[in-house]
Ligand binder design. Structure first.
Ligand code: PAF
Length: 291
């Protein structure tokens, strides 16, 4: 495994792979790696000749300075996890960790504006203005520098994948976006770097989010879409310490809210909940109908 901090070193490490016309997988992350990230890296190692894992807390996607300052930064631990993962897999393919500085990724302020309505305007887009523009800025830079054959993203950030797919179509990047299923703890909690911010008690409370989403699939069989949406919101808000910011049941491609179960063949419920005193903002989602 190689750790590089500059685009120049990244390109040097990838040169032989490119010369041999071999495939490159990219796993963009903000570090604080957990089993969810590990599943993306495993898949990339399996499907490509070389894998680049970027570890970069991207300032342009944070609209809250506190949130940016608080975000965990654990590069040494992240590198240990990646090295042991490659060892476990008995995989000797090229694995590069790109851990650049902010100056390296943004030598100049990035004035590009990415806009993909309605996909980037609803849900997270409404509550975190500018967030997806920042995500598109950094991901497009990574696509330019790495020139991956495939890029891997976790479905926990369901909306992020939909926005990035729009950007790939718009910018005509010649690569494949590979969505990977949410990884959950044995008790159902969706893995997230933010779970580290939960106290033991808050973690137990947070379990009500995934439990309610799973139960809503049963509830949905006998109820309308509007009833199901309201039921999820009420069940979670009933729990002391949890407060739903939004729950939307949407078309899985456009992310537009739906009124009836018959209105789409691909239906996903996306939720954001505040948990605990600080509070920690948790997201999760569930598929009611899959393509
Ligand atoms: O999902 C994330 O961790 C980030 O939004 C990403 C894709 C690495 C861009 O900074």
């Amino acid at each position: 495994m190689k750790v590089v901090h500059t685009v120049k070193d990244l390109k040097a490490e990838l040169q032989a792979t490119r010369d041999n016309k071999q495939s490159i997988g990219l796993v963009p992350t903000m570090g604080a790696l957990h089993a969810g990230h590990a599943s993306l890296v495993r898949r990339s190692l399996e499907e490509n000749d070389a894998t680049v894992v970027s570890v970069f807390v991207n300032p342009t996607q944070f609209n809250d300075k506190n949130d940016l300052a608080k975000y965990p930064r654990t590069l040494d631990k992240d590198c240990e996890l990646l090295a042991s993962l490659q060892e476990e897999e008995n995989n000797d393919k090229l694995l590069i960790v790109l851990a650049p500085s902010v100056e390296e990724m943004y030598p100049e302020p990035d004035n590009r504006h990415f806009s993909y309505p309605p996909t980037d305007e609803v849900m997270e887009g409404g509550f975190r203005p500018g967030h997806f523009n920042g995500v598109c800025q950094i991901v497009s830079k990574l696509f330019m520098f790495v020139e991956p054959t495939r890029a891997y993203f976790g479905e926990k950030d369901f909306q992020q994948i939909a926005v990035i797919k729009r950007m790939v179509a718009d910018q005509q990047y010649p690569l494949e976006i590979c969505p990977c299923p949410i990884i959950r703890e044995a008790d159902g909690l969706a893995l997230s770097s933010r779970n580290a911010l939960l106290s033991d008690e808050e973690r137990v409370i947070a379990l009500n989010i995934s439990r309610t989403l799973f139960a809503s699939k049963e509830y949905a069989k006998e109820h309308t879409l509007a009833e199901t949406k309201q039921w999820v919101i009420d069940e979670i808000n009933k729990v002391e310490g949890l407060e739903v910011q939004y729950y939307e049941i949407v078309d899985g491609t456009s992310l537009l809210s739906l009124n009836n179960w018959e209105d789409s063949e691909y239906i996903v419920g996306c939720i954001t909940v505040f948990c605990g005193a600080i509070p920690v903002r948790l997201i999760d989602n569930i598929k009611y109908k899959e393509l």
